[in-house]
Design a protein around this ligand. Structure first.
Ligand code: GLC
Length: 823
């Protein structure tokens, strides 16, 4: 039966027409491509097999397919239409290391089977359909519904390349980086083409970034597909045909990685193992940041910075948007507004305020401007196919644009930051790097790029332009800052951009819909491998009222990147701009961010070291529960905190779903059983927040900025559980790369209660010694009367129960074993 169907597919080109609509739309969008008959060619039957190391080559006599075993759980597939593979080069995956030594090729009458310890890749001899199976359960995770196919591109050469897979009736899809709209991607179609999407709407596509990686979940198990192709690419999750999932691109190679789960968390970690994780950011970057387009002149910047200190609202950084420059020329200062930047930056630093500045890619065409002159003399700017310079208008007027895909240009650009670094600028913000051009939108397709020696037109380089810009910024800063961690932020990016920068979601709008959208975008980016993400708190354009702004600050407290930003034509937008009660509530939440700093920092470490996402949607926490595939308005930050933001105007309560296990209400300490929904009070001054029972949640004293004072006292909040729970806390210098030489401290806690006693064990890894001395032990939720407390086998007698029934004691010792014995 299956065979018959497959034959039919090949004889009747039904599938071949499935992308006709796209081709027409593409033609309309791209008048240089002439409309032509669509002739798609499909792989036919396998006639030849070859093995070279961990690579297997299958041929149908014309085209070749390479299957490469990367690890037990990752397999890469490539297709060469006329047997000639393109150069094996990727900006996303710096190295495809082989990480497994045992795998085998087997042959049956129907199939070739490449099996690792975990996964089998099956290639049907007759149909060339490729499928991936879980060895343990024999479940088919992903399976071609037609053979890989291609279509010649007469205009540019090369091919449009296509893959179409079965989409199971109950299958759902997640990830794909920065997409607007609902978290679950099923039933929708997307395009990746980095776009300056000012004021984007719900479901608008494409946006600023390209992350061609998705996760499929069916029958309680997950797998991932990473289609590493920088050309304009497309994904269809059962939209055109509800039983098919397709992905295709306007050029390049059909090359994808199958990434096995079976848990979504495994898929994400394995994707990160290919494309890298964030390095640890400087700790101050995890504080609250204040931005606006633009704070100027200098007196305004000082007024805002001092405003935070006067009102005792913590803040670590203030941003200078484009108006600090001289006529929007990058790497210059407007001397009228900022006569003495060095002194201003120093004075700001003296009150703990870091300065972050904007740098755009568009360089003003001006022979008296040193950056333009250097770029021109050295031939660093992009050119059109006939050698004219690529010119377009951006903020400074007529501009040319460095070719960041050229390693020499990247090196030059990285060095341009020297003066700003010497002035004391602490962070750098790369914007408009889709690249954005006024009027035209972006560069024309014929612009040429070096592409690290693998040359290509803008069709190939567009989606990685922004990532290569911020890569050059990051690498340059790393050299200039001598072992201090750079802080960089970018708007555009491609898979792997997380190795170089944090991201903000771009020009959002001050509406409740955008608050909801931002909440989903941050979660989605987090499970798409780029978890250091935040929205413009308050909305970039439009005017929030006090309620919306405060609800946004509450969500932002649990955004990996926490920054308020607004457009120049809006009213003032500082945490105090809306008066009371909003100012006090905003302060309470920003303070909470600083109290939780040791936990937040530890979650970043967990991401960097082990590839865990920072925000984890419910679909990830309980993938076997299909209901959770549609719950998108709550998430955990790390493993311990469940965040349920209030996203409705006027709401004073909201329904939350608690995942299985037990959870403490962070505010009231009430213990609730997971696996259920609850209606939770949420007056404006509160946002429902829960702590996983058994957690050790470390807390620092409130600071006005990271490093304001030495931390003399650390709270260890220990939440009782009747079962065993692991937690950890990470500490180090906070701003160097010494952690790469093991100069850090990872405290691992195991908490276990049995109804009558509670045991807390600690283990320590790493070489760093923190400089605080007092530990404030704070045990929440003990279900028994306390008789005795032992710490490292000595009895403690000065414990007490406070007014909230928490068992408290302080010590200058970091105890390895604590026993709380019931009466
Ligand atoms: C872009 C950015 C925005 C910035 C503005 C001016 O719109 O997305 O954040 O404020 O340009 O530089």
């Amino acid at each position: 039966m299956e065979e018959e169907l497959n034959k039919e597919e090949k004889e009747t080109p039904v599938i071949a027409t499935e992308h006709i609509e796209d081709d027409i739309i593409q033609h309309l969008n791209n008048p240089v491509t002439s409309l032509k008959p669509i002739v798609k060619q499909y792989l036919t039957s396998i006639v030849e097999v070859k093995k070279e190391d961990n690579r297997f080559y299958f041929s149908d006599g014309n085209a070749r397919v390479e299957v490469r075993v990367v690890s037990d759980e990752i397999i890469r597939v490539r297709m060469a239409p006329h047997s000639v593979f393109l150069d094996d080069f990727s900006y996303a995956v710096p190295q495809v290391d082989q990480r497994v030594s045992t795998f085998r090729l087997e042959e049956t009458d129907e199939d070739y089977l490449i099996a690792t310890n975990t996964v089998t890749c099956k290639l049907n001899k007759e149909t060339f359909h490729i499928s991936f199976l879980d060895n343990h359960s024999s479940m088919v995770m992903s399976e071609d519904s037609s053979p890989m196919h291609w279509e010649e591109n007469v205009e540019f050469g090369g091919y449009y390349v296509f893959a179409t897979k079965n989409c199971l009736p109950e299958e759902n899809f997640f990830g794909l980086g920065d997409k607007s709209g609902n978290m679950n991607l099923r039933g929708r179609k997307f395009q990746n083409w980095n776009t300056d999407a000012y004021s984007f709407g719900w479901d608008q596509d494409p946006l600023y970034r390209t992350i061609p990686f998705y996760i499929g979940v069916h029958q309680g198990a997950s797998y991932g597909i990473f289609f590493d192709n920088t050309f304009r690419s497309y994904f269809d999750f059962g939209k055109e045909d509800h039983l098919k999932t397709s992905f295709w691109a306007d050029g390049g190679e059909l090359q994808y990685y199958y990434i096995h789960g079976p848990h979504m968390m495994d898929v994400v970690k394995r994707y990160q193992s290919l494309t890298g994780t964030h390095k640890l950011p400087p700790k101050w970057a995890l504080g609250y940041h204040q931005c606006r387009w633009s704070y100027y002149p200098e007196s305004k910047v000082r007024e805002i910075a001092e405003g935070f200190r006067e009102r005792q609202i913590p803040c670590d950084a203030i941003y200078l948007d484009i108006d600090y420059m001289d006529g929007y020329r990058c790497f210059t200062w407007n001397k009228k507004y900022f006569p003495d930047p060095k002194k201003m930056i120093k004075d700001l630093a003296s009150i703990g305020m870091k300065t972050v500045v904007m740098i755009d890619p568009g360089i003003k065409v001006d022979d008296n401007y040193w950056v333009f002159k250097e770029g021109k003399e050295n031939n660093y700017f992009c050119r059109r196919s006939d050698d004219y310079f690529m010119e377009g208008h951006v903020w400074p007027g007529r501009c040319q644009f460095p070719d960041f895909t050229n390693p020499t240009v990247r090196q030059w650009w990285g060095g341009l930051y020297k003066e700003l670094v010497d002035l004391g600028v602490a962070g750098f913000w790369n914007d408009m790097n889709e690249p954005a051009v006024f009027g035209a939108g972006t560069f024309p397709n014929d612009v040429r790029h070096n592409f690290d020696g693998y040359r290509g037109s803008h069709r190939k380089a567009h989606n990685i332009y922004g990532m290569q810009m911020v890569r050059s910024t990051y690498d340059g800063l790393k050299k200039l800052m001598r072992n201090k961690r750079p802080f960089t932020i970018t708007r555009a990016g491609y898979s792997g951009v997380q190795r170089y920068a944090c991201i903000w979601t771009g020009d959002n709008v001050a509406t409740w819909e955008h608050l909801k959208l931002g909440n989903i975008q941050c979660q989605r980016m987090s499970i798409s491998g780029a978890p250091f993400i935040g929205t413009d708190i308050g909305g970039f354009s439009g005017e929030p009222d006090g309620e919306l702004f405060t609800r946004w600050i509450q969500l932002g407290t649990f955004s990996p990147f926490m920054r308020a930003h607004s457009a120049g034509d809006t009213s003032e937008r500082e945490p105090w701009s809306f008066g009371e009660p909003f100012t006090s509530i905003n302060r309470k939440f920003i303070e909470l961010r600083y109290r939780l700093m040791p936990y937040i920092y530890s979650v970043f470490w967990e991401h960097h070291r082990y590839g865990f996402p920072i925000l984890r949607p419910l679909a990830m926490l309980e993938q076997e529960n299909i209901g959770n595939h549609f719950r998108q308005d709550e998430f955990t930050f790390g493993d311990k905190l469940l965040v349920c933001p209030v996203l409705e105007q006027g709401a004073t309560s909201r329904v939350v779903y608690l995942p299985k296990g037990q959870w403490y209400n962070f505010w009231t300490h009430e213990l609730l059983d997971g696996g259920n929904e609850y209606d939770i009070e949420a007056p404006l001054e509160d946002m429902p927040l829960f702590v996983r029972a058994g957690s050790v949640l470390p807390e620092y004293p409130v600071m006005q900025y990271v490093g304001e004072k030495p931390i003399d006292e650390v709270w260890l909040n220990i939440y009782y559980a009747d079962y065993e729970v692991n937690s950890f806390m990470f500490e180090d210098h906070g701003d160097t790369f010494a952690y790469e030489q093991d100069i850090y401290l990872e405290k691992k806690f195991v908490v276990k209660g049995d109804g009558r006693n509670l045991f807390i064990e600690q283990m320590i890894e790493g070489l760093y010694t923190p400089n605080y001395e007092l530990y404030d032990y704070n045990v929440i939720g003990l279900p028994f009367e306390v008789a005795k407390v032992f710490a490292d086998d000595k009895e403690i007698t000065d414990f007490y129960l406070d007014e909230r029934k928490r068992l408290r004691f302080k010590s200058n010792k970091n105890f390895m074993h604590i026993k709380i014995i019931g009466a």
